[in-house]
Design a binder for this molecule. Structure first.
Ligand SMILES: Nc1ncnc2c1ncn2[C@@H]1O[C@H](COP(=O)(O)OP(=O)(O)OP(=O)(O)O)[C@@H](O)[C@H]1O
Length: 722
């Protein structure tokens, strides 16, 4: 190269050589200037243009341009600049600066054409206006954002090189509660999103940023296969505890009138520290119910999680909680009367009874709705069955496993639409622990708490790694109460469960909450063997002793909290408030606070029960009238038609009869069919049928034993009696 240059210099005459060198210097200076401008085209380019515009004004003057014509271009130039920039950036300040600068150019040329550029006032005026335009543009919000974005891109390039992700491009950065989330285009890296989420990219980035590995998470972008998300937590997510507002006095405890429906929103279990969003669990919404499968190692936080679930569920007007904990009995003991039913340590019969009740409820509700989604209400509540230590109920070593298994299978297969939902927890998600694959296959929700090995996660959520979910064996090392909540669509959120590990405080909360106000449909409740006697407890209270069934987690000293005894011998006295058979109310009569609570609970319960009652009529009916009406009704089959026409047929009688007769058409229905349809006694139905016949709502044909009823339009003998 050096040799070739020398040869060329030899061929050139001396003077010419000098000229070319000067030109080259000028060219190099111009190139260097161009490079300098290119490094910051917005500000340096504008400054260059503003400097060049001054002599351009001189040219306009010398050329004798028409100042009026030039000046007239100012307004359209400004308007065009405003429209174009505002559309792109939506910043009034930025658009105003650009529009003023664009309008200023023709105005400057007009001024210069008129006055020339050699006068001092013109020079000062132009310099001031140009400096203002440059500053306004340079410090506009749009340029500030653009500069910050460039800095971030540069930082990302450095990080990407260090992490071995050359060729990647930063697409967006979003501030999170604890750091930042980057969206990265990886198409030019030659690697796929799945490769990167599975590899060591997160660890490399964490190492470069001097953070613990778990504070960087790489996940796929479900909407773009060529992009990934990288979440970097620069602040410690676990620095703050997650207390439960009901235990710290931060939340007003619900009383009957203020409780919400299960349809009003998901259960809140904890906090996602990344976003500050609640860790939520949907057990029932307008799309129906969802079963929940929970996996956790010993001490992984199951009891605390269940405390949260029960706290949230018992705060709803239309949920009843049944709990089965045959291993330690903690939930039935702690939550006592707030549960509708419970089975504790070794209470196998009770556990089987609860599961049997559930299957009957499912069958009866499905029969009534034809399999449609159940609509929960305080008188037809969702039933949430909590099973802790699933293996004690369903595992190979369970003495009732063979009986419990088909019942649980029935619940998980058919309970969803009938509003009977299972939330079952175990140490492992294997078939040995769950009894069968059904709890997995039918569980819409999966919750993984702390587990010992990553393989445990695979038992519950086979594709957890591909989905970028955290490994709960290593997630937030040393932090207790962490949880990963995954719904049926594989949408997940990880965080920390609200701290309800102080069992004394939880037991006091449960006692304040009292009995559920929701009640099962009476006709279904009547079909459940032993259900109506489920709250029987022995009359030991009132003698300074804690009720039978109390375990280590006692109530605060000097206070007796009513606890259910989940016996299955049918003995004892009814502990229901108001139904103690004269042996006690389930509280210590000397404990004023307990009596006060009981009284408030009773008022709330009565108010809740009266909520749906019709308002009394304006004028009372006298007793004599009532007696006469009863006598007239009793004689309905013998009354003359006029008397029967004075008696109204209630809707709950008329509707099923007319519906059935409409369905049957010309086939009609027998008295037995109509007894079945109304669910009332035979003699009562016969009387209503006589009254309805005299109202001409129906017709009866045939002799006594073979009588059939029809709607008038299906009367097989329309001319009968004419
Ligand atoms: N959300 C939480 N916040 C703070 N600490 C918690 C939380 N969850 C659990 N812990 C701590 O972990 C301990 C064990 O929790 P917990 O009793 O709920 O676990 P477990 O799975 O029910 O245990 P086991 O397997 O013995 O039944 C608690 O005593 C408490 O100290």
């Amino acid at each position: 190269m050096a040799r070739r240059d020398t040869r060329r210099e030899h061929r050139l005459p001396t003077g010419h050589q000098h000229e070319i060198t000067a030109g080259r210097v000028a060219l190099n200076v111009a190139k260097a200037y161009g490079r300098w401008v290119r490094r910051s085209p917005d500000t340096r380019g504008l400054a260059t243009a503003l400097v060049a515009l001054y002599p351009a004004g001189g040219v306009a003057h010398l050329a004798g341009a028409d100042p009026l014509l030039l000046g007239a271009l100012g307004a359209p130039a400004g308007l065009a600049a405003w429209v174009g920039t505002y559309k792109a950036h939506r910043s009034a300040r930025y658009s105003a600066t650009v529009a003023a600068t664009a309008a200023g150019v023709p105005i400057w040329l007009a001024t210069a054409a008129h006055y020339g550029i050699t006068h001092m006032p013109v020079l000062v005026g132009y310099t001031t206006a140009a400096a203002l335009a440059w500053s306004g543009y340079t410090w506009s919000d749009v340029l500030k954002t653009r500069r910050a974005w460039k800095t971030q891109q540069t930082e990302w390039d450095t990080l990407a090189t260090a992490a071995g992700l050359d060729g990647s491009r930063l697409v967006a950065v979003e501030d999170t509660r604890l750091g930042q989330r980057f969206r990265i285009d990886i198409r030019a890296t030659g690697r796929t999103a799945r490769q990167l989420t599975r590899g060591d990219l997160a660890e490399r980035i964490a190492a470069h940023l001097a953070l613990p590995a778990e504070r960087v998470r790489v996940t796929i972008d479900p909407k773009h296969a060529g992009q990934i998300f990288i979440l970097v937590q620069t602040r410690d997510p676990w620095a703050e505890p997650v207390p439960h507002p009901a235990l710290t006095g931060g939340a007003v405890e619900p009383v009957a009138g203020r409780r919400r429906s299960i349809l009003d929103g998901p259960l809140v279990l904890g906090l996602d520290p990344d976003t500050g969003h609640d860790l939520e669990l949907v057990v029932f919404d307008r799309a129906g119910g969802r079963h929940t499968m929970i996996v956790a190692a010993t001490g992984g936080g199951k009891t605390t999680l269940y405390n949260n679930v029960v706290e949230q569920a018992t705060a709803r007007t239309d949920v009843l909680v049944w709990a089965i904990d045959l291993g330690k009995g903690t939930i039935p003991t702690i939550w006592g009367d707030a549960l509708d039913a419970g089975a504790g340590i070794d209470e196998y019969d009770r556990a089987l009874a609860i599961l049997t009740w559930a299957t009957i409820v499912i069958k009866e509700r499905s029969r009534a709705t034809g399999g449609r989604n159940h609509t929960p209400s305080p008188t037809a509540p969702v039933i949430l069955i909590l099973v802790d230590e699933m293996d004690t109920l369903l595992g190979l070593d369970s003495p009732i496993g063979h009986k419990a298994k088909p019942l649980v299978e029935d619940i998980v297969r058919r309970g969803r639409s009938a509003g009977v939902l299972l939330a079952a927890a175990g140490q492992r998600g294997t078939v040995q622990h769950t009894g069968s694959k059904d709890p997995h296959a039918n569980a819409g929700n999966k919750i993984v708490l702390r587990v010992n090995r990553a393989s445990e996660m695979g038992n519950v959520i086979p594709d957890w790694e591909i989905q970028g979910m955290p490994n709960m064996a290593t997630y937030a090392q040393g932090v207790r109460g962490v949880a990963l909540v995954v719904d049926a669509e594989n949408t997940w959120r990880a965080g920390r469960v609200r701290d309800m590990s102080d069992l004394d405080a939880v037991q006091a909360l449960a006692a304040r909450r009292g009995r559920p106000t929701a009640t099962l449909e009476p006709d279904i409740a009547a079909l459940l063997p032993g259900y109506l006697e489920r709250h029987r407890i022995p009359a030991t209270v009132g003698h300074g002793t804690v009720g039978h069934g109390t375990v280590g987690h006692g109530a605060p000293a000097g206070r007796l909290v009513p606890l259910p005894r989940h016996d299955h011998d049918g003995g004892g006295n009814d502990g229901r408030a108001g139904g103690d058979g004269g042996h006690g109310w389930g509280v210590d009569p000397g404990d004023e606070q307990a009596i006060d609570r009981l009284a408030k609970g009773l008022v709330a319960e009565v108010e809740a029960k009266l909520a749906g009652m019709p308002t009394p009529p304006d004028r009372p009916t006298s007793l004599a009238d009532l007696v006469a009406a009863k006598a007239a009704f009793d004689a309905a089959e013998d009354n003359d038609a006029d008397t029967n026409r004075t008696l109204d047929v209630p809707d709950h009688i008329a509707r099923p009869i007319l519906t059935l007769l409409a369905e049957r058409g010309a086939d009609g229905a027998s008295p037995a069919d109509l007894v079945k349809a109304t669910g009332k006694g035979e003699s009562t139905v016969r009387r209503w049928l006589a009254i309805m016949r005299d109202h001409d709502l129906i017709v009866s044909r045939g002799s006594t034993r073979a009588t059939r009823y029809y709607l008038p339009e299906h009367d097989p003998e329309p001319d009968h009696g004419k």
